[in-house]
Structure formats: C-alpha cells, structure tokens
Design a protein around this ligand. Structure first.
Ligand code: SOE
Length: 387
C-alpha cells in the first residue's frame, strides 16, 4: 500500500479537519487506496508550526512553504490557508509536480482560479477543491436518486447557507471581511458550497440575477490571533475598519437543462448555525436536505400511494453511498469529520487509480466564474449570462 507524504500549508480550523481525515481515512476505508502520511506542517512562525506538528501529528514542521513544496519527499500539497494565498502556493506546487488539494473557495476570483487550473493541467498533477459537504452520504444519495431518475426531470433547486457568527457587529474584522484577502464575503465563504451542490445535483448554471448586502459596514479591527468565527468579541473602544465584502446575497439562477431556482447565503441570520439546505423539485418527486440534520434525506415520490404521500425520512447507513466504510447501522451520526475523511479517500483513490476526482480545479474555476457573475449582477442590477 503506497504511502503519500503530505505537506499541509496552514494549521487553523481546516488544518485540524484535514489532519483528522489523514489519520482517520484508513481506519474507515480499509483496505485503503493509499496511506496518507502527515509529513510536514507549515505555519507562519517556527514556534506555531512546531505546536501544530505536535497537535496534528506531523513528523516535521517549517515556516517556509516554498522550501517544503520543493522537498522531493512530498507527494501531496494541502492548502488550508486564507484565500489570497491559494493561487501562489498552488501554482508553485504544480510546478514542483505535487498533487494538490486546496480549501474552498479555490481563489478570490475567476482570473486567479483560471491561472491555478492552467498550472495543474500543464503539470499533469491531480487536483481537488475541498467542497466537502457534497460528500455527506445523504447528499451523495440525492445525486444517486437523481441519476436513477427517481424524481424525473428537475424543475427547481432552492439552496441556502445560513449562519449567524457575524450577526454581532462586535464580531471582529477578520480576513473574511476583507476583499483583498477573501475575494468576497458570505458568497465565497459559504455561498460557494451551495453553488457546488447546485452544479453537482442539477447541472451547469447559465444565468444569475442577484442582490448583495453588507449589513455591518465597520467592525473592530482584529489585532492578533486566529479567526474565531465570531466567538471572540472586539473591544468596544478598538478602532474600526471597513468591511468591503457582502454579508449576504440572494440570486435567482437558470440552469443549462432548463431548471430554475434560487441560492442564498448569509452569516447574519440569528439562530441559524450551519443551515446548509437544498430542496429539489422534479416532475416525479422532491428531495430535501439540511446539513443540521445530516444523517437524513427527506424524499417524496409522486408514485407513493396517495393515502401516504408526503415527505418521509431516509436515515443514511451502510446501504448508502460510502456506507460500507462508515458506521454499521444508520443514523449513528455523520459529522464534519466523516465528510473530510471521505474527501481524502476519494482524492487518494484518484491518484492511485489515475482518475479525475470532482470537485477539482475546473469546478473551482467554474464556481469562481459564477461568483464573479453574481457580484456583477448585484452591482449592475441586471441578469448576467455566463457564456
Ligand atoms: C465559516 O463561515 C466556515 O468556516 C466556512 O468557511 C466553511 O466553509 C464552513 O464549512 C463552515 O463555516
């Protein structure tokens, strides 16, 4: 069984999730397609990198990512840094011949994402973007039902991603509120997960008509420390800085196959935590998913007996996508960790079997094109066609 040496660039919240997936993948999916080995972790200082190596189980550490990606022992570069660094690291890693997995969104805009796509294609390396939610078994099951024709031709997709961690105006001005670092706000950070669902389940988006809002135009400047997603309050007297990204967006969408729908995301919806949902209506039935109840897929089929028609719940388990590797009975509990473990499984498998994995940098680029179009549509107040 081949061992794959991982260099993980970054060591925050996503570093934790990815490290867990490297350790856990062979425990779940056995025989594993390959063994991910936590070789080197990179953080901004040696001290932080050393601590990350201890915490996340890496063999070595560094504060120099350029040196690390040139290391001939490294097979895979894993990018878990803020958005403004993805392109530089990925392009250098591709040139060094490394396979790459990058956190989402792939880049700050389509131009940057295109350069990354060109680099991996030219280098002939494997590439993946970490839109992990589509690897929730219930979401993969929805796709299976759609492919099997269980709900017929799709008419409508409604997707939401609602959180509340930035609803408090004292939630500090982290990099996620700065266009030069993040590219966009709720759109790139969480809206892209819904766009990924829409493309995965329905197909390519052709037109968008959007509105965006920035509800909290200034926030207390965060002087140090990692982004704690609203759990740290800025000091009342701290100087404030400008938020130059969207807090919320809503867009109407048209799909290539004729379906229509809507996508919305906000981080200012009190009471909503990880309210990532879709409802899909087809000619022969409907599907509903909410990540806050991620073991469940709600289904309603038009040919259900008329006296018992209505949504019912399927609890995912061994019979469902990825079920053989997960837990032995349904509803034991799928979590964020499992979605990341499955992601690692599919990525390593694609390297070993020399196949294309999705979502990859092409998908990341297409999603960036859609995001740019949403921002353009909101700014000009017009429908934007993507072709
Ligand atoms: C913050 O909104 C965040 O951490 C996103 O960046 C992630 O993609 C999402 O999975 C959880 O929330």
């Amino acid at each position: 069984m081949k061992k794959f040496n991982i260099a993980m660039i970054g060591a925050g919240f996503m570093g934790k999730a990815h490290s867990l997936s490297y350790a856990g993948m062979p425990m779940f999916f056995w025989p594993a397609p390959g063994i991910p080995h936590r070789k080197t972790v990179v953080d901004v200082t040696d001290e932080l990198a050393k601590e990350a190596a201890q915490r996340f189980g890496f063999e070595s550490y560094s504060s120099n990512w350029r040196e690390v990606i040139e290391d001939p022992d490294i097979d895979i570069v894993d990018i878990v840094t803020p958005n403004d660094t993805h392109a530089e690291i990925a392009i250098a890693a591709a040139k060094a011949g490394k396979h790459i997995i990058s956190e989402k969104p792939l880049a700050r805009n389509a131009e940057e994402a295109k350069r990354m796509l060109d680099a991996v294609r030219e280098a002939g390396v494997k590439h993946m973007v970490a839109f992990n939610y589509r690897r929730t078994p219930a979401v993969a099951l929805a796709r299976k039902y759609i492919e099997e024709g269980k709900i017929g031709k799709i008419l409508n997709f409604r997707g939401t991603y609602l959180q509340d961690w930035s609803a408090d105006p004292q939630s500090p001005l982290s990099w996620r509120f700065q266009k030069k670092v993040a590219g966009s706000g709720a759109l790139g950070d969480i809206g892209t997960h819904v766009i990924d669902f829409a493309r995965y389940l329905v197909g390519e988006i052709t037109d968008v008509m959007a509105v965006t809002k920035t509800w909290v135009p200034e926030r207390p400047i965060q002087t140090s420390g990692v982004d704690k997603l609203g759990t740290v309050k800025g000091e009342a007297e701290a100087p404030k800085g400008q938020v130059d990204v969207d807090d919320e967006f809503t867009t109407l969408v048209k799909f290539e196959n004729g379906a229509i729908g809507s996508i919305e995301a906000t981080r200012n919806a009190w009471g909503r935590n990880n309210f990532l949902t879709f409802e899909i209506h087809g000619e022969k039935g409907s599907l509903y998913f909410n990540y806050e109840r991620r073991d469940e897929l709600q289904v309603c089929f038009a040919d259900d007996p008329s006296d018992s028609k209505g949504f019912r719940t399927i609890y995912t388990g061994p019979e469902h996508p990825y079920g053989q590797g997960l837990w032995p009975i349904p509803a034991l509990g799928i979590g964020y960790g499992e979605t990341k473990i499955i992601e690692t499984y599919d990525f390593i498998k694609s390297i070993v079997e020399d196949t294309e994995v999705s979502p990859n940098f092409y998908d990341g680029y297409q999603i960036a094109v859609i995001c740019d179009a949403i921002l353009e549509s909101a700014e000009k107040g017009i429908w934007v066609n993507l072709k």
